[in-house]
Design a protein around this ligand. Structure first.
Ligand SMILES: [Zn+2]
Length: 99
């Protein structure tokens, strides 16, 4: 989502006239959107839990590869290396960083 309230900073400065200062407050728009995404994720997880492990693994693999391909400087050598060493935790971490 592109937040027009805070320009995707997650917070904004608003004037506090009582103390004559500017206060930084969290963007309500972004907080609401984060909450919507969290709820969607919980609901989606309940739907996807019925998928087979192999289908889920293929989907995750495709997602990691496509996300890597969209990076500014894709590091496929790292992907090949993580696959060769069967480094499952690092593959998942990589997904979390790129997503
Ligand atoms: Zn915002």
């Amino acid at each position: 989502m592109n937040c027009e309230e805070c320009n995707n900073e997650g917070s904004m400065l608003i004037p506090d006239y009582q103390h004559d200062v500017m206060m930084r407050v969290q963007c309500v728009n972004c907080l609401a959107w984060a909450n919507t995404k969290r709820e969607l994720s919980i609901s989606m997880s309940k739907v996807l839990i019925g998928m087979t492990q192999s289908r889920m693994a293929k989907l995750l693999s495709d997602t990691i590869i496509e996300l890597m391909d969209k990076e500014n400087s894709p590091d496929f050598e790292r992907l090949f290396s993580l696959v060769a060493t069967k480094n499952k935790d690092s593959l998942v971490s990589l997904l979390q960083v790129m997503a």
